[in-house]
Design a protein around this ligand. Structure first.
Ligand code: NAP
Length: 419
């Protein structure tokens, strides 16, 4: 039976890398009906503020399956990102990015067998984009983390581990400093881990995680983390294995899956037929596994490895005249269908079981609710002791008292020990 996929070529190098991917997937004989749709720069130019036209949204609502190229975000105030529109609209709460060593690609980590899956929460955290100015010189961004969001992404990470036969899940947070928000992720992780006794669960502070990823990346298997931590760690991961040309990814939600490379539209290389299609191609391989086409996925993955082992490289890897064009590289992969490689351990892949979502509202019942205080933001040049005394005077007849005045989290009134 044919599977319909919404195909978005996107901007810049998109046409070349997505075109190469389509050609290679078609060459496996998998029955895919590509529904080609638009999004990105040209759509913005037509005055559609989201960068995604209705026809594309309708297609995704029908197919629930997307392979997309990079979309440019116009630079300037008030413009939305078409990528963020898609992620938010379809609530793709999980971003997964495999980080694996490729044969023949020279990096300081050659031979270390890096093989990490980074699972990044994709819709919460600082990326909710809720910001305001507390005072004209002080900006505030809200870091929103929900218990339900944490449970979903942690469950998802353990399911990824099961689907890929992996042994350990690390949860990377900054719970030592942000005890409520990042702490919620840590606590949810520890609770969810109890349901997966066959997988080792470890918590790690995120800065140490970055450090350990550079020192001993081979020690990691699956890493689950909050949105911004994941954004940074996954780019670090791409850097370990040869750069953006080798970094595939997927954005998954309940009944929706969008597959795309980590890289952008690389406008300087657009139309030159030189760019590396591996990142989008391996995103396509993730899509094939998602729809249960394990054999085709394996054929492509092994052919990519064999191509690299034969020393066939695009310009980003090989800097001399021996580099091949994107189209020749595409054909070289297809020519190697049926070849196998020992570069990566063979995994018995299964479909990732997405967490079941209950229809109940995300309502956390608490035993006690009480008002513990009120924050007021003040802009003043007044001396802090004078300000404190004035405020104490103002609230003297109210059922309130002044607990403290803080400046960027540091208590400045009442002063401690004369400091
Ligand atoms: P970029 O497009 O990822 O390009 C940065 C650099 O990475 C490129 O100059 C390129 O060469 C290297 N690179 C990227 N893709 C490569 C590939 N397939 N093969 C080999 N090398 C590759 O990042 P950017 O220049 O910051 O962003 C350009 C536009 O893309 C922006 O409008 C941005 O908003 C958008 N963007 C979209 C997405 C998305 O749709 N998911 C993601 C990121 C950015 P060198 O390493 O040789 O410099």
């Amino acid at each position: 039976m044919s599977t319909t996929v919404t195909l978005i070529y996107g901007d810049g190098i998109g046409k070349e890398v997505v075109g190469a991917t389509r050609k290679i997937i078609d060459a496996t004989g998998v029955d895919i009906n590509w529904e080609v749709c638009e999004a990105g720069a040209e759509v913005f130019k037509r005055g559609i503020a989201s960068g995604v036209p209705e026809e594309t949204l309708d297609s995704i609502k029908r197919t629930r399956l997307v392979l997309k190229g990079p979309l440019e975000t116009p630079v300037g105030f008030g413009e939305k990102s078409a990528n963020v529109t898609l992620r938010k609209l379809f609530e793709t709460y999980a971003n997964i990015r495999p980080v694996r060593e490729f044969p023949g690609i020279d990096t300081p980590y050659k031979g270390r067998n890096i093989d990490i899956m980074i699972v990044r929460e994709n819709v919460e955290d600082l990326y909710a984009g809720i910001e305001h100015m507390q005072t004209p010189g002080v900006a505030q961004t809200l870091k929103l983390i929900t218990r339900k969001g944490c449970e979903k992404i942690c469950t998802f990470a353990f399911e990824v581990a099961l689907a890929e036969g992996r042994k350990t899940v690390h949860c990377a947070t900054k719970a030592n400093i942000m005890k409520f928000s990042e702490g919620m992720m840590k606590r949810a992780f520890e609770d969810v881990a109890k349901k997966y006794p066959s997988i080792e669960a470890k918590h790690i502070i995120v800065d140490n995680c970055a450090h350990q990823m550079v020192r001993t990346p081979e020690a990691f298997d699956v890493i689950v983390t909050t949105n911004m931590n994941g954004d940074i760690l996954s780019d670090l991961g791409s850097g370990l294995v040869g750069g953006l040309g080798f970094a595939p990814g997927a954005n998954l939600g309940t009944g929706i899956a969008m597959f795309e490379a980590v890289h952008g539209s690389a406008p300087l290389f657009a139309g030159k037929n030189v760019i590396n299609p591996i990142a989008v191609l391996l995103s396509g391989v993730m899509m094939l596994r998602h729809i249960g086409e394990f054999e085709a996925a394996q054929t492509i993955e092994q052919a990519v490895l064999a191509t690299l082992e034969d020393g066939v490289y695009t310009e980003d890897v090989r800097k001399d005249a021996g580099a091949v064009s994107t189209t020749d590289f595409t054909d070289a992969i297809i020519e190697r269908f049926g070849r196998t490689s020992d570069a990566w351990p063979k995994r018995d892949y299964k479909k990732i079981k997405l967490p079941e979502l209950s229809n109940e509202r995300a309502y956390v019942k608490t035993k006690i609710r009480k008002t513990v205080g009120l924050d007021v933001f003040l802009e003043t040049t007044q001396d802090v002791d004078k300000l404190g005394a004035d405020l104490e005077g103002i609230v003297a007849d109210m059922p309130l008292h002044l607990k403290m005045i803080g400046s960027r989290g540091v208590k400045v009134f009442p002063s401690v020990g004369g400091l």
